[in-house]
Design a protein around this ligand. Sequence first.
Ligand SMILES: [Zn+2]
Length: 412
Amino acid sequence: MKVIFSLSVLLMVSCFLSGQSTSNRCGNDYYTESGYYSTETILETVVPDVALRDDELITIPVVVHIVWYDPSENIPNAQIESQIDALNADFRMLNADINIVPNEFASLASDINIEFCLATVDPNGNRTSGITRTKTPIDGIGDKFTGSGDDQKRRIHYTALDGRDAWDTKSYLNIWVGKSSFLGFGCQPGLCKEEEDGIVISPTAFGTTCLANAPYNLGRTTTHEVGHYLNLCHPWGCESNGGNCVKSDQVSDTPMQSIIYLNCPPYPLSSCESNDLTVNFMQYVDDACMAMFTQEQKVRMRSVFAENGPREGILSSTGCALITPVNKTLNDDAIVISPNPAKGCIHIDLNFDNSAEVAVRLFNTLGQEVYAINTNPQDFRSIDISSLSGGIYFFLFEQGSQFTTKKIIVDP
Ligand SMILES: [Zn+2]
């Protein structure tokens, strides 16, 4: 009995932090406390009551800047692609571990209706992989600065300082992957210099394969930091330093919380007289122990895309133009796809009033072509999708100079 008691005391000490964070999970509180980020700006940029319609899918073009010192940090495309997949699962509530959410909070879990694509078009209008690679002579560049006061700059964001310049931060989410003493940190709208707007992730906490290292190997560091990029705060408050049951995250359906949870806390645990939502993506817990955003976090995130909102420019970005073309002219109504979601085989009717050849191509969310055929519309009936992994895909139908796209979901 005595041994068990001692172990549980040890567990309590290692699992929770009250007050100031000593975790390296996320650097936002540190940069806020040190004055590099301004909390005043966070409060000013909130547009709490203006949300885009929930059914309007938002696609965020992503550019990933790999800034490496040791060759191992020059992570492969597969690791980058695994991160995009993880973001798409988490922000569409398609993550397989959604079932870890306790019943008490299940009704709060939310499909944010935001997706991510690796950019297919760069700021100059050229085709791109959405990935840049830069060798840097600076070890741990994610923590390195030049200048002081208002002129202070974090080097990873600047080509001239041995990092890599951002792509237009109005049109792309810039993700820098480089070594730092934090697993990640992310810019809340208006809180950083425009040139530094985006998120930074350590290569060992990025994606779900290769260098991604347990317990941070499910891509949730990036999910958390994108939460910041879309104006979410930590559950213990926007002003950092949990601990007083007064500071709020400005989200009405996340319970007030004074404890900063680490590792993998059991359920239920409470502070501020209510059970805490320890499985929220904005906590510091291990990747396997977080699984959801809430309904009101969705409203707050989507509000940044509203007219004159800080992320409005993403909506008109052509960064993923080959996946979401803007000039659709082919008759959408003539194309009937069923079932959708699908598994095994998917049936397609091309009810065109002409028999000109149609190019049918299927892409995953990374812009990779997974199927292609040129066919007479009357001859085309169905395709075998049993080899595809579960997730979101886009059909591109082209006839002459006309084209249109259709989204499908493949069940796992
Ligand atoms: Zn954070």
